[in-house]
Ligand binder design. Sequence first.
Ligand code: HAM
Length: 434
Amino acid sequence: MLANVSRGKLYGAPRGTQDILPQDQPYWTFVKEKAAEVCRRYGYQRIDTPIFEQTALFSRSVGEGTDIVDKQMYTFDDRGGDSMTLRPEGTAPVCRAYIEHGMHNLRQPVRLYYIAPIFRYERPQAGRYRQHWQFGAEAIGEAHPALDAEAIGLAWHFYASLGLRDLTLQLNSIGCRSCRSTYLEKLKDYYAAHARSLCPDCKARLSRNPLRLLDCKKPSCQEIVKVAPRITEHLCQECNRHFRAVKDYLEHMQIPFELNPYLVRGLDYYTRTVFEVQPRDIGGQSALGGGGRYDDLIEELGGKPTPAVGFGTGLERVILNLRKQGIEPPSPDSARVYVASVGEQARKEAMRLATALRQRGMSVTTSSGDISLKSQLKQANSLGATHTVIVGEDELRRGVVVVRAMAEGEQKEVPLDEAASQLSAEVQVGRGPA
Ligand code: HAM
């Protein structure tokens, strides 16, 4: 039994999840650091919420009738009998925290961001997982359209700061509670006349979630969508004014956008502005990120009426696109030292020296096991060491060590008690491993 486990035959990572291995970490560090940096520039502060929440938080906010709530949540009863759900998205938990911590008493808007694992029971495929990481940003407590443009700008500049190219920004408004309900009646009337030609999913959407009819990717339904009434032609005066202002700000910020009157989102809480960023080559099948305004959500969750806007982006999809576009993360550290030793006394000195070098900020590996000097030098090479320090028995007797600069192949003797200070003066100390 145990033998099987150690050969890795018995268990694998759960379907739709993945290990992030050391060789992938530089991408993750790169993306997370850029997210934190863009948030610093836009004045968004980090928040972390629990990985699970009460189930009702999500069914109320994301909405009954959405795929997420109906089919994708990891829900369980805890030992106290309360229904809990692994976070299937990040906005509702942040709103819950905003209410719970009385953040309406702070200067508004409150600008928050998170980088967190998200769980959805989906059919796994490239870029679609059962656990993914999301970077999200939320600006809560301000209805002004400038905040919509700010959230979109933050998303756009995040992708740009990574060097991603060929992205499109799709933009729409889905109106407010009042103009949307008039529009939905018109939409349902139109679809009722085509009910027989709809796919089974759309037949269900017609009664449960008619706005999502516009999002069906099946070719037969796409034909019907093409001539469906457009929400942007049914916006009330206020929603129209808001949408015009958002577009105007984006133009001033030189953020290019494409209007897409059929863009709707998979979560029910949105009002007015909705947007998605997509790689140009995938034809709208899988968004890199998306978001919008959600002016009713905080009230829906028991808070005071509080307008808000935000966005979220999946880090795996961002990294997939970085790789596709040949964008490499910066290499994690500049100085790697290998300390080789021959004999037990020398090993003790090597351990002491390694500690001193680490205290000076260097990344240091010592030899492991009883291997020959030749094997140790090979190991230093394969680890990509910039410098190797050789602590030999003869040298030790003379109170010196050998320092070899690997790239140049040059070596010199250095007094043992000066080795740490000389090396740290010589090598550029990096920011440490990713
Ligand atoms: P969402 O569109 O459901 O929005 O997800 C945001 C992003 O998360 C997607 O564009 C995609 O990059 C990534 N994503 C979603 N599901 C998966 C998956 N199964 N596998 C890999 N990546 C995935 C939200 O979740 C909203 N909370 C965004 C938001 C924030 N709106 C306002 N504020």
